[in-house]
Design a protein around this ligand. Structure first.
Ligand code: EAX
Length: 323
């Protein structure tokens, strides 16, 4: 009887140990508030992964820059001290130069064009470049079309932006383009932006409606101009340290969870875009909805000559040609 009892207990212990040993809790960070389009995507990723790996992989989400700004979090994922990050492409070009082309102002016509390009061969080929730079890209996610906010004046045409000290991402492609509008670009990590706007360190910034809403920029910004001057992709990145240990089945589980995360984020972007302007007007912002887009495109021409030299006119045309 005793031998049987010991045998059963040992088997139970072994079973419990196996389950406990097999469970991995992953750290996933992003810089936006809880409930934002990144946070919605992060939580869907975690739920889907937990489900599809029968609880072997769970993740803990760290929103609101708890793990640092986007550049810091990407570095941490490279080092393996953070397991996953959802980030805009803002600082990513500094790690993976091959993707810088997607940050060119007015490159994408609209959301459909951007999503189709990134989900298609051009975008997927870019994801394949990440492992050469110590990162694994699970999917293109989405930040959104960026618009300008500031405290000085309404921006209707490019010359209205001249002389404004605008916070930009740490992104040379953006900064080169914005200089052609006469903007004085001030690169800054996202966690510092709200304070810099509040103290008047910068006059304004530019971000998608979902970010402006989630970050409550209406509290520190008077004017919003629907410039839509850049489409800002996002990415779901993981560490090679994690990826290298996964079975083929678990790699598929990570990719499938990432794909569902992107669907959720894009839906949240659609929803925020649909109701965002009315909300921001209600919150006190003066919104210029009819911006003279041609004036911005005209101003950009010298930068486009430089982009064509840097990235290849054919590559830019290939992206613009996606229908
Ligand atoms: O990724 O830094 C930025 O302006 C980004 O758009 C924001 O952090 C969301």
């Amino acid at each position: 009887m005793l031998i049987r009892y010991v045998a059963v207990t040992a088997a139970m212990m072994a079973g419990a140990l196996t389950a406990a040993q097999a469970q991995t809790v992953l750290k996933l960070g992003h810089v936006l508030a809880k409930g934002s389009h990144y946070d919605v995507g992060a939580n869907v990723f975690c739920e889907e992964l937990d489900k599809s790996t029968q609880g072997r992989y769970k993740c803990q989400v760290f929103p609101a820059s708890a793990l640092g700004g986007e550049r810091e979090e990407i570095e941490a994922v490279q080092l393996g001290t953070q397991d996953l990050v959802i980030t805009s492409t803002g600082p990513v070009g500094n790690f993976v130069p091959e993707i810088k082309v997607v940050d060119i102002p007015f490159l994408f016509r609209d959301y459909e064009h951007a999503r189709k390009t990134l989900d298609g061969a051009i975008g997927q080929d870019m994801l394949a470049k990440f492992p050469n730079h110590g990162l694994v890209a699970l999917a293109w996610s989405e930040n959104g079309f960026r618009h300008m906010t500031n405290n000085k004046r309404p921006i209707v045409q490019a010359t209205d932006a001249t002389g404004l000290k605008m916070r930009t991402m740490e992104n040379k492609v953006h900064m080169e383009g914005y200089r052609t509008f006469g903007i004085l670009p001030t690169p800054m990590a996202f966690p510092e932006v709200f304070g810099a706007l509040q103290q008047g360190v910068v006059d304004g910034q530019e971000n998608p409606i979902p970010v402006i809403l989630a970050s409550k920029f209406s509290q520190v910004q008077k004017y919003l101009s629907m410039t839509g001057h850049v489409y800002s992709p996002a990415l779901l990145l993981t560490s090679p340290r994690i990826w290298g240990k996964l079975s083929d089945a678990d790699k598929k589980a990570f990719k499938d969870a990432a794909a569902k995360s992107v669907v959720a984020t894009r839906k949240k972007v659609n929803d925020d875009e649909a109701g965002g302007i009315a909300q921001l007007k209600k919150d006190g912002m003066q919104v210029v909805e009819q911006v003279n887009g041609a004036s911005f495109r005209d101003a950009l021409k010298p930068a486009y000559a430089s982009y064509a030299k840097e990235f290849g006119a054919d590559r830019i045309a290939a992206i613009q040609g996606v229908r």
